[in-house]
Design a protein around this ligand. Sequence first.
Ligand code: PLP
Length: 397
Amino acid sequence: MRTSKPKARELVSPRVKLFTDSVIREMTRLAAVHGAINMAQGYPDFAAPSVLKAAAARAVREDYNQYEITWGSTELRAAIAEKARRFNGIQATGEDNVTVTCGATEAMVATMLALTDSDDEVIVPEPFYECYLPSAIISGARVRHVQLKGPGFGFDEEELKRAFSGRGGRKPKAIIINTPNNPTGRVFSRSELGLLADLCADNGVLAITDEIYEQIVYDGAKHVSLATLGDMADATVTISGASKTYSVTGWRIGYTVAEKRLTEAIRKVHDFLTVCAPSPLQRAALTAYSLPESYYTSLTRSYTRKRDYLMKSLEAMGFDCLKPQGAYYILADFRAVWKGDDVSFAEHMVKDGGVAMVPASSFFSTPGLGKKQVRLAFPKQDRTLREAVERMRKRVG
Ligand code: PLP
C-alpha cells in the first residue's frame, strides 16, 4: 500500500531551514528587477585586468580544460605558498599546506566541515560576513557571538575571555576572524590580533581567518595574518583568494593555508564538495600571483579615491559613517535621513531610489542590532558611483 505522497517542505533537511537565503544576493536580484545600481553585492562593475583575461583565454586554448589535481595545480599551490611567505610572513609549501578551493566561500565551508564537529562551539564576532553562519550550521557547530563594539568596532577583552572559557567545562573549538573586516571596514591591529592569538593558544582554540581583503587597506594600515603571531602557526587556517584582489569574483579561485594534518583533512572534504577549482582559471591565476608591486599600489590608490568620494557624499547627505580602514564597504547610519528601520530604508532605496544596498541587520544574529545602518559596496566605476550618489541625493539629500 502506498503511503501518502511526501510534501516537498517535509523533504527539506531541518538543518537547511536554520539559515536564510543570502540577503546580499537577494538585494542583487531586487536591483535587477527595479533597474537599480547594485551597491549591495561586493563585486566590481569595471573590467578585470587585461593580462588576466588574456591568460584565462590562453589557458582554455592551450587545453587546461580537464580536472586539475583536486587540491590545486602544483604550480598554483607553489605560487600561493610563495605569496604566503612573502606577503603574509607565513611559512608554507604548496605540497603540504595549500589547498585551492572554489573561492574563499568553499574554503570556509570545507574548513568548518573538516575541522569542527557536531556541537563544537565556534566564536563568531558580530557583525559578521554572512557565510559564516551557514558554514557553522552545515557542519553542525554551534555559534557563540562576541560583539565588535561601536563606534570603532573593537573587541571587548572581558567578553572575549568569557567566550574563550567556554560553556559547561567545554572550550570552544574555533574562532572565525575576518580582517580586513566586512562589513565594518576594520583592519585589526597587531595588538588586537596578538590578544586573540594568546587566547587561542592558551585555550587550544583553532583560528580560522578570512583575509580575502588583505590587499585592500587604506591610509597606511597594515594587514597582519594571525598565523604569524605567538604560537598560532600550526593552529590557524588562513583563507584568502583571487576574487577581490584581482577583480575576478566569478573565477572562484580561493585557498586555505594550514598545517599539514589540517590541510589533509580540508583536502579530503574539498575533494568531495567540488573536486577542483576551474582548471583554466587556476592556470590564469598564476599570472595574477606574479603581477608586479605596482599593481597593488594602484589598486589601493583607486579604492582610496572611491572610498573618499563615497564617504564625503554620504556624510554631506546626513549619513553617519565609520571610515573604513580596509575592504570596500561603508556602513552608513541613516538615522538623520530616514525614520524607519534598515529593511524599510533598503527597500525604499532599491524600489524608489534606484540604488541597492544591504540592510545591516543581516550582518547580526542578535535581534535589534544593525537596524539603523545599511552597507554600501564601492568597487564601482567612478561614473557608477557618481550616478548612485545623484540618485540617493534626490531621495534623501
Ligand atoms: N569573505 C568575505 C569577508 C567576503 O566579503 C566575501 C565576498 O564578499 C567572501 C569571503 C567571498 O569570497 P569568494 O568570492 O572568494 O568566495
